[in-house]
Design a protein around this ligand. Structure first.
Ligand code: GTP
Ligand code: SPV
Ligand code: MN
Length: 595
């Protein structure tokens, strides 16, 4: 039993509402993990992978309707609609709570209810916060065990009366007596609700078992609820990787990067630099909690304890570090299964296997026109499996540069730097990117604005969010704050092929960025910001044509005139709440172009 009155009252309330058969408190031990994993295998929910090839690893297959986050069914429930703002789905708590209460009523009949106390951030760290997830999904329990810090030390904090974020989750599939449980129970789309009540630091998630919909410590708490807490408490909760870089002279710098879902955070966080003498180490790959310290610098920490990474595109060539990370102790979701009980996904090997079992459990033969893995198939692996995990991964580290980025086949150069922090906020606000398979959407591939890579994750009004960045700026100075950059690894040529080789070659751009943080004269001035002077970019041993380079760094007036019109259209969503910083910066941009 946990000795925390608030928690116990809540557990009792949920128990009588959801009516589970059993209750288990997650103690976070390896033994408990192994037993639950075995239980999932013996009940057909998971497949144990070949222990000789991939020790202690499982494969889960989700229901075909439940394969990614569902933004249409994600809600910010505040008393006032204006507190959710123009980018969020809003329902008032007084309307939403009765609907969801009826869904949760008896939703855990025939199931076990797990109580998972967890810490986002190292247990007891000044940046960290506690959450408790109640769930009826053993898949969620196993994943939360890897993705967060669970166990006795967290329970000790709760025993001392520590406050916590209440996270309630049910797959929404109660079992009648004798009814057989499907491998991946979930509710139909229109019954799914991923709901946030920031006024109560509470999350209610019903009907989905997948990723960010269900592992509530991740996007729901560490971004949507935490962004709210961050605004109230004067810090930032961001969708960012944290990377440690050591240059050939031994100088250490840390950078963060905000790219939308499935746009390269994990890959940059695990970069294997092609530039000789450079060393990269991972601090975090998806979320950064950042605070100004007394020295005026911005410090970042990774609140997570694991990786929930995209498998697609991950190979020995593109990301050997990720492959080493998932060698063991890993949960795979929606990858294909090989004949010798290992996993396979698109691009893993040049040689495509002759026969596989696809992610839906069907036979698959080489040459088939459907892919055997799901495009949003994922791995869940502990941070400590990462061979290049930075020794400071449990510390807050000072950030020299913030990279924004997205998938833009046209318009945006490979790299440009903002003139200053406020201009950087503008660049963050206009970020665009192609929609990826990380969310269920009919428009995959279409470019949409995804400000700060936070469109689906800002837990409050976007105008207040932008102004909060300005408030952070006002607490410090340009000289001390990180320099802000925009990268685009995804520019395409007329044959629809990526122009830039990406991955390890991105180290060339990182080198230029760190030089810029020291004001080296390695740049050219353009109306949108500083771009590299090609002669000062380290392109040694890189096979790239002059034509490709020209395209990668081109700031084309006609294209930008269109882009500016598109930004003006987009900013209309703010109505009369457009932050001054954005209208000022847009005006300056037009002046620089002479438009
Ligand atoms: P989330 O976990 O959804 O937040 O995604 P992420 O931002 O961590 O993206 P991730 O690093 O997993 O990359 C997503 C996809 O983009 C993978 O298929 C990668 O192989 C591909 N990718 C990553 N970096 C690059 C790059 O530099 N160039 C190219 N062409 N593809 C990349
Ligand atoms: C993302 O979509 O940004 C992810 C995967 O990191 S999920 O945890 O499902 O949100
Ligand atoms: Mn992400």
């Amino acid at each position: 039993m946990i000795k925390n009155d608030l928690l116990n009252e809540w557990i009792q309330e949920i128990q009588s509402l959801c009516n589970p058969d059993n209750i288990v408190i997650w103690q976070g031990t390896q033994k408990q993990y192994d037993e639950l994993a075995e239980d999932c295998v013996s009940t057909g929910k998971a497949i144990r992978l070949n222990p000789k090839k991939r020790p202690n690893s499982l494969l889960f297959r989700s229901h075909p309707s439940d394969v990614a986050r569902v933004e249409k069914r994600t809600f910010i429930s505040t008393t006032k609609e204006s507190d959710a703002g123009p980018t969020n789905n809003w329902i008032s708590p007084s309307e939403l709570k009765p609907i969801m209460t009826e869904l949760f009523r008896n939703s855990m009949v025939g199931r076990t209810m797990y109580i998972i106390p967890y810490s986002m951030g190292p247990i007891g760290h000044e940046f960290s916060k506690i959450g408790v997830e109640i769930t009826d999904s053993p898949y969620v329990v196993l994943n939360m065990h890897i993705m967060t810090r669970t166990g006795k030390l967290v329970i000790d904090l709760l025993n001392k009366g520590e406050t916590f974020v209440k996270c309630l989750h049910s797959v929404g599939y109660p079992l009648k007596p004798g009814q057989i449980d499907p491998a991946w129970p979930c509710a139909p789309m229109e019954e799914k609700y991923i709901s946030h009540f920031p006024e109560e630091n509470m999350v209610w998630s019903y009907g989905s078992g997948y990723g960010g919909n269900a592992l509530l410590g991740k996007k729901c708490f560490a971004l949507r609820i935490a962004s709210n807490q961050a605004r109230n408490e004067g810090w930032l909760a961001e969708h960012m990787l944290i990377l440690k870089l050591t240059d050939p002279k031994g100088e250490i710098n840390y950078v963060t990067g905000a790219f939308p879902s499935a746009c390269g955070k994990t890959n940059l966080a695990m970069i294997n630099p092609s530039l000789e003498g450079w060393k990269a180490e991972t601090c975090g790959d998806d979320i950064a909690w950042m605070r100004l310290k007394k020295d005026g610098k911005l410090y970042a920490i990774n609140p997570e304890n694991g990786f929930f990474g995209v498998t697609s595109g991950t190979s020995e060539k593109s990301n050997p570090v990720a492959l080493a990370t998932v060698k063991r102790d890993t949960i795979f979701t929606n990858a294909a299964l090989t004949d010798d009980f290992d996993v396979w996904w698109e691009d893993l090997t040049d040689e495509v296997p002759v026969h596989l079992i696809d992610w839906q459990g069907n036979d698959w033969n080489k040459g088939s026109d459907v892919r055997p893995d799901h495009p949003n198939a994922r791995f869940t692996a502990p941070l400590t499996n990462c061979p290049i995990l930075a020794k400071e991964y449990e510390e807050a580290v000072p950030i020299k540069a913030i990279l924004f980025g997205g998938r833009r086949p046209t318009t945006i150069p490979l790299i440009h730097q903002s003139f200053n922090f406020l201009h950087g906020i503008f660049i963050g606000s206009i970020m665009g990117s192609q929609i990826t398979a990380a969310t269920i959407d009919d428009n995959i591939g279409k470019v949409r604005r995804d400000p700060f890579a936070m469109l689906p994750f800002i837990g409050y009004n976007i105008a207040d969010y932008v102004n909060h960045w300005v408030d952070i700026y006002k607490e410090s100075t340009d000289a001390l704050l990180p320099k802000i950059f925009f990268v685009n690894w995804f520019r395409k040529d007329e044959n629809n092929k990526y122009i830039w080789p990406g991955f390890g070659e991105n180290s060339r751009i990182l080198k230029w960025i760190l030089e810029r943080t020291k004001d080296y004269a390695n740049h050219k001035i353009t109306p949108i910001g500083y771009v590299p002077d090609i002669n000062r970019l380290d392109l040694r041993n890189l096979n790239i044509t002059k034509k490709a380079l020209d395209t990668l760094f081109k700031v084309d007036e006609k294209t930008w005139l269109k882009e500016i019109h598109s930004i003006e259209e987009y900013y209309k969503m703010y109505k009369d709440t457009l932050p001054d910083v954005l209208s000022n910066q847009l005006k300056l941009l037009k002046e620089r172009f002479g438009f």
